[in-house]
Design a protein around this ligand. Sequence first.
Ligand code: GTQ
Length: 348
Amino acid sequence: MHAATLTDDALRARTAYYERIGNRNMTPLWEVLGALVPPQPHSPAQAALWRYAELRDQVMEAGRLITAEEAERRVLILENPALRGQSCITQSLYAGLQLIMPGEVAPAHRHTQSALRLVLDGEGAYTAVDGERTTMRRGDFIITPAWTWHDHGNLGDQPVVWLDGLDIPTVRFLDAGFAEKSEQSSQQTLRPEGDALARYGSNMVPMDYQPKPADPTRVFVYPFDRTRSSLRGIAKGTPDSHQGFKLRYVNPATGASPMPTIGAFAQWLPAGFETRPYRCTDGTVHVCLEGGGEAKVGDQTWRFQENDVFVVPSWHTLQLRADRDALLFSFSDRPVQQALGLWREQRL
Ligand code: GTQ
């Protein structure tokens, strides 16, 4: 608007009009059109990094203040510094650091929100999903699809910490959240450990299994040793100039992402390799699982090392450099954007 060219009378008339329609819950489009339909994304989220050394100290303190049972889930939410109070790391995704102490149980429940776990620290914990337990090992990518029963426990003698990633803000946006608690805190084991991976995750599926395209995968653990050996295998070839060696996790029965609302990726950057600048519309949470290096987001640069977490909001330019061979895990809402025809990337 060219407010400067308006006479005082005209300006007053408009202001009074805005107030009158405002009292009737209306507002003029022309004052907000540019912000509503921007030429390109201007995420309100901010790029941010959490160092694991600090995260670990803080989450261990929570371990002395509250039990897993009392908390239901003992988690420190990683809040985007520009979106404090909204329990989100990007506009569509939630991330948190969960701690379970030896002997503890995080009781069984289910919800329409989908969850992933990336195991960071400690040994001896398990997650159970719809009747099957999996031992949590560092780097394992574990999922609890929407409405699946899940509980966590620690049978070992060390605190175990993992990163949770959920679509909580997406489900909240759609007002489609349901949840219920189970009567038993630990669900009954219906199948032996490894059953789903053997049945659905070995380039074979049961004879009568015909998944629908949007069904989540029955494979609920993607063991780190498999991810690592795939990345090491492709790293004998030529890296992509913008991604190094990067693979996406899939539902092996359909080729779609493991869950409809969250996509997950694993990336290998050889020592000394630097990616060309890249941006995409899916704000992405990264976790360094091995090695270390530098992440440049816009005009900020961070050094990252093992278990550090950083978030790159939508349409922020990212450049990564590995000082040592680096393995990064990441997740985003890419499958949602792709299903809606919204996803874009730009290789600079
Ligand atoms: O482990 O079920 O970080 O329900 C947030 C909500 C973890 C879980 C979170 C949850 C969980």
